[in-house]
Design a protein around this ligand. Sequence first.
Ligand code: NDP
Length: 336
Amino acid sequence: MASSPTTVTITGAGGQIGYALLFRIAAGDMLGSDRPVRLRLLEIPQGMKAAEGAALELQDGAFDLLAGVDITDDPRAAFDGTNIALLVGARPRGPGMERGDLLAANAGIFGPQGAAIGAGAADDIRVVVVGNPANTNALIARAAAPDVPDDRFTALTRLDHNRALGQLAEALDAPVWAIRDVAIWGNHSATQFPDVSHARVGSRLVTEVLAERLGGAEAARAWIDDTFIPRVAKRGAEIIAVRGSSSVASAANATLAHVRDWVLGTRGGWTSAAVVSHGEYGVPEGLVSSYPVTSHDGTYRIVEGLTLSDAARARFEASVAELEDERDAVRALGVL
Ligand code: NDP
């Protein structure tokens, strides 16, 4: 077992996703069964009791890998020396709340958290934002930590990626592991573009196999445009309608997978993550956009050189336009 524990800070740790994350991290599902972890739970004052309760249960889990649990409502204490920050807690959209109000409330959360990360986190800090609007919350946090390399700030689109894999596995009657090179482009929102144009099942293009199964290329295209893309993009609402509350275990699972692949590397094929753009595929520099990515040596890198059809480019650009609107709204608040 590696000797010094990795410090993992979870914000909103008393919430539902936090509850689904903590025990799996302590069990080694994120960093492997040879890496001890120290958990820091950050909550707002009204969430502290829930976090304290979760900490009692963590103790009762008697996890071999768990080197300690700290609970705080102070971002500076939460991020001091931390190696991995999972920013889950966010202000949900309340009844009648305008988008500007939502962005302002979240700027008040993610700005100070970014500043605390800049002030005290470990040199190898890696940040993933889960709380929505995740891409723009990551943009805000990153802007508040100018001395931290921008490749350390990411937002979660792995759940969208996994949802796409799940839908394809069902449609192709193939195991998930046989499907590779799916991509999520743009914002983690209903405008996202789940893209199968480069995807393969085994050695064959997914689009070809779909055409065979559905009775032609036109039918395959219709299924992708009218069923697959909207179902992936609106899956969160479907879960709420069926389950009666939002997705929790799948969101936590995707968060663990995002960090695991970031730290330990992707093996064969891509995954998707929202990362800071340096202009790749025409996305304005500085926006946090989802791309197909690989991870090597502890760094997510955008898969470059892919050809996008006009239709694909139009979908991606519409999602990027939404990211620009969110950035501009945050700028108008004087946050950036
Ligand atoms: P959840 O744990 O269910 O969700 C937390 C955040 O994750 C929400 O912003 C939610 O966005 C987002 N999210 C991203 N992807 C998904 C997904 N696929 N499914 C569901 N949610 C997703 O919320 P709870 O209300 O249970 O818990 C939030 C906790 O955060 C509370 O304990 C609260 O006290 C705390 N909090 C902590 C803060 C801090 O540490 N400074 C600040 C604010 C809150 P969406 O709203 O769009 O569903």
